[in-house]
Ligand binder design. Structure first.
Ligand code: HEC
Length: 190
């Protein structure tokens, strides 16, 4: 009897585990879509602004539009969308505990030779008594990003505009391919 019960319990927990894995896979897919909508829209607007008005104009997109796009993309889907980094430009983008630990893990993996473009992490965690799905993806520094996150190549007008808006800017000196930061998404499950 005891054996049977254990067997039933085992099967039940296996099924629950499988259901959870399926849920997680579905959430990863959903999250990827949200991330694509956010990243894609942001990059498109940024590129258009830089092409039209140069990088100083682009700063406006990152400063004003990025949070708006994040809110809009998250909007009615229940997803919270944000960007963060180990080298922050805007202190408002500071990582929460989970994101900070994933950023550290990505940095360690990058130091061992992994490409920023390939790193992502998905997990269901317990936060304040609620189950929350968390998805973090590394963002590599691309050519476009170098206009405002590079080193010596950044134009003086850009340096000046950044200094005015972000007196505590740490997001300079990146090189192409390096992890610039992360997209961090979350959705409360119950
Ligand atoms: C035209 C200048 C400009 C370009 C080009 C640019 N950024 Fe930024 N970036 C900014 C500004 C300004 C902020 C601060 C936004 C804010 O106030 O939230 C920022 C913030 C960020 C953040 C949020 C974390 C933080 O440090 O505050 C990430 C991540 C980021 N940029 C990545 C990128 C990537 C990746 C690219 C290239 C695809 C890129 N940026 C291109 C100006 C730029």
């Amino acid at each position: 009897m005891k054996m049977k019960l254990t067997g039933v319990t085992l099967v039940a927990s296996l099924v629950a585990g499988m259901a959870m894995a399926a849920d997680k896979a579905a959430l990863v897919e959903e999250g990827k879509g949200v991330m694509k909508a956010f990243g894609g829209t942001l990059k498109k607007e940024l590129l258009a602004a830089v092409e039209q008005g140069g990088p100083v104009k682009g700063i406006e997109v990152c400063n004003v539009k990025a949070p708006m796009i994040a809110d809009k993309v998250g909007g009615d889907t229940g997803w919270i969308v944000a960007r963060s980094s180990h080298k922050l430009r805007n202190p408002k983008n500071a990582a929460d505990k989970f994101t900070a630990s994933v950023i550290q893990e990505f940095l360690d993996r990058e130091a061992k030779g992994e490409m920023a473009a390939d790193m992502a992490k998905a997990e269901i965690v317990e936060e304040n008594g609620r189950k929350v799905f968390r998805l973090v993806k590394a963002i590599p520094t691309g050519k476009l990003c170098m206009n405002c996150h590079g080193g010596e190549n950044v134009k003086p007008q850009v340096v000046e505009a950044l200094a005015t808006l972000y007196p505590d800017d740490k997001a300079r000196g990146f090189s192409e391919g390096q992890m610039r930061g992360v997209f961090t998404l979350q959705k409360v499950l119950d």
